[in-house]
Design a binder for this molecule. Structure first.
Ligand code: MTE
Length: 323
């Protein structure tokens, strides 16, 4: 018999009155003027029966067991917000790309592990996901644009992928790359952007226990707009580091130049650690607007994860650690 387990984040969804939901949406639209939001009347296509769930051959794996170590002090963001207010420039520069992103083809999907490794490998994503120790984590996410959300990711520690890749001792960084699908991603036609989207971490950051590869969200395979089928999550860094729809992990001794760093290095750097005291050149980072409630709350150093990551940056005071 199929027993549907109720998860914590379903409560607000069930108990919220339509009016309250509507007001929240209105506040969100007013407060976060950065882009349009999909206000699908009635059913939100993404919900928890997002298109990925139907076709995803790993759907049987979810929900995975919660790792309660990573506690949060915020309400979880309701799915309808996290699934419809997105940054995914390959589909457009506005926030309402969720519908368009349903065109992303997520199977077959292969992942290339190359560079300074014992042996380069091209691995099928389903083989990879099934080989990894899956768990669920509740993490806060702080976008450089000063909005934030708190969501339950499913996935595995990036450290497990590093073990799987068997890097050579000289490898100092991991460079990660997003898929390029000319036929499904209209944003790629904007040729002034340095596609593909690239991000990087040091090996010490990548093997820090917080660094996570998400394969799921809200107890189901991760939705396309959130970066299916594999997406990096580094909760102590600004959200642009959380590169989506990964197809390549390259181990290297050269510091990778990220997509945003290449576009505007004076505003977006390699480290991009959250710090309320270091303003973006064009806005303050002291506060953040909570997605869904529109509440304005103080931003925390390392997004509140200093106990886990502050040591990574000891002795690096000359680096631009916070942008
Ligand atoms: N990855 C790719 N490939 N393309 C993008 O435009 N945007 C980044 C990050 N990863 C982005 C990306 C930014 S700026 C943020 S804040 C997060 O994805 C947003 O993730 P979400 O849409 O799941 O909230």
């Amino acid at each position: 018999m199929l027993i549907k387990k109720r998860r914590g984040w379903e409560l607000p969804e069930r108990t919220a009155t339509p009016e309250a939901t509507f007001l929240n949406r209105r506040q969100l639209a007013k407060g976060l003027a950065a882009g349009s939001i999909l206000l699908a009347g009635g059913s939100l296509f993404a919900g928890r029966s997002n298109a990925a769930t139907e076709v995803d051959p790993t759907a049987d794996l979810y929900p995975v067991k919660l790792n309660g170590k990573y506690e949060i002090d915020r309400m979880l963001t309701e799915p309808k917000y996290a699934l419809t207010y997105n940054n995914y420039y390959e589909f457009g520069t506005h926030k309402g790309i969720a519908q368009l992103a349903q065109k992303l083809e997520i199977r077959p999907w292969t992942v290339l592990i190359d560079g300074m490794v014992e042996k380069e490998q091209m691995v099928d994503v389903d083989t990879l996901i099934r080989a990894m120790p899956l768990e669920e984590r509740l993490y806060r996410h702080r976008c450089v644009e000063a909005w934030s959300m708190t969501v339950p990711w499913s996935g595995f520690p990036l450290a497990a992928l590093v073990d799987y890749a068997k890097p050579l001792s000289g490898a100092k960084f991991i460079r990660m790359e997003t898929v390029v699908q000319e036929e499904t991603m209209p944003g790629l036609r904007s040729s002034w952007y340095p596609w593909p989207y690239v991000e990087g971490l040091t090996m010490a950051e990548a093997t820090n226990e917080l660094a996570f590869i998400a394969t799921g969200l809200y107890g189901a395979p991760i939705a396309k707009q959130n970066g299916a089928p594999l997406r990096l999550v580094t909760p102590w860094k600004y959200g642009f580091k959380s590169i989506k729809s990964l197809v390549r992990f390259t181990f290297t001794d050269q510091r990778p130049v990220g997509f945003w760093e290449e576009i505007q290095g004076s505003e977006y750097g390699f480290w991009a650690n959250v710090n309320p005291e270091v303003s973006h050149p064009r806005w303050s980072q002291a506060h953040e607007t909570v997605l869904g409630t529109n509440e304005k709350v103080p931003t925390l150093l390392f997004n509140g994860y200093g106990d886990y990551v502050a040591d990574l940056y000891k002795g690096m005071e000359n680096e631009r650690l916070y942008m």
